[in-house]
Ligand binder design. Structure first.
Ligand code: F6R
Length: 260
């Protein structure tokens, strides 16, 4: 795992946007895995700026969202259909036909989950999956004790996740109880993983993910199994890492070809 500690949230956004832009420049038809929540917003804004300035062509890029609430109307402003449309598809100039979000209102959710897996496969798999991390160590909505082999499926949101996401709704009671999320096994099949986190409230989860034992009770430790995973965090999110100086040293000594 490559651990990159930068000064502040704007440096996290700049580093991650640069990495994603590189993927798109190398492959015009790149397939991106996109996350919702607050952590990636600066990254999307930085990418949108590149697109506006004519420095990045996203017309052939496809995107797959990680998750969606179950039972929330896709037209609801906090559905991930809406969030992805407003924060990713429009500002980045993506073709809406190439942007996929799991179906949280299908009459047969299991079939819709299987179909989502099929769509990812049909697109040739995900080139780069962007991830945030929950304070409880979730990625996507794979809550603690999710199987490392899991695929897209229905999950029950942890009470802490519902409380954390209540800021997007009028009341906590309005936060849906269930979601559809790509599984840890699905996420691990992406060719590159890029996880970003900012702020002290993520420091504990970051330390467990990077330096703790591989354990499904902290689902983000799944990144330890991936051969090309990069974690980009600001100083506050890095504040509980025991080996922070070592990660900085590794970044300073990187050979020109890159190393992990
Ligand atoms: C979002 C997602 C979640 C969030 C995580 C962090 O699609 O899958 O794992 O990345 O809950 O959320 P924020 O960034 O709002 O702190």
């Amino acid at each position: 795992m490559d651990v990159v500690i930068v000064e502040d949230p704007s440096a996290v956004a700049a580093y991650a946007a640069d990495r994603i832009a590189g993927v798109v420049r190398r492959r015009a038809g790149a397939v991106l895995g996109v996350a919702t929540g607050s952590s990636p917003l600066g990254i999307y804004a930085a990418l949108a700026e590149l697109v506006r300035a004519g420095q990045l062509d996203t017309s052939r890029v496809s995107a797959f969202a990680l998750d969606e609430y179950v039972g929330l109307d896709p037209a609801h402003p906090e559905s991930y259909h809406s969030v992805i449309a407003n924060m990713v598809t429009e500002p980045l100039g993506l073709d809406p036909e190439r942007v996929h979000v799991p179906d949280g209102i299908a009459s047969d959710l299991d079939a819709a989950c299987a179909d989502y897996e099929r769509r990812i496969r049909a697109a040739g798999g995900v080139d780069l999956q962007l991830l945030g991390i929950g304070a409880n160590g979730h990625i996507g909505f794979n809550e603690p004790t999710s199987s490392f082999a899991s695929r897209t499926r229905i999950k029950t949101l942890a009470p802490q996740t519902r409380a954390d996401n209540a800021r997007f709704f009028a009341t906590e009671a309005e936060v849906p109880v269930h979601c559809v999320t790509q599984g840890l096994g699905t996420i691990l099949q992406a060719r590159q993983l890029l996880l970003v986190a900012q702020g002290e409230q993520k420091a504990e989860a970051i330390a467990r993910m990077i330096e703790g034992p591989l354990a499904s009770v902290c689902p983000a430790t799944a990144l330890q199994l991936h051969r090309d995973a990069t974690v980009v965090i600001d100083r506050a999110a890095a504040s509980r890492l025991e080996l922070a100086d070592y990660y900085a040293y590794v970044q300073e000594q990187l050979p020109s070809g890159g190393a992990q």
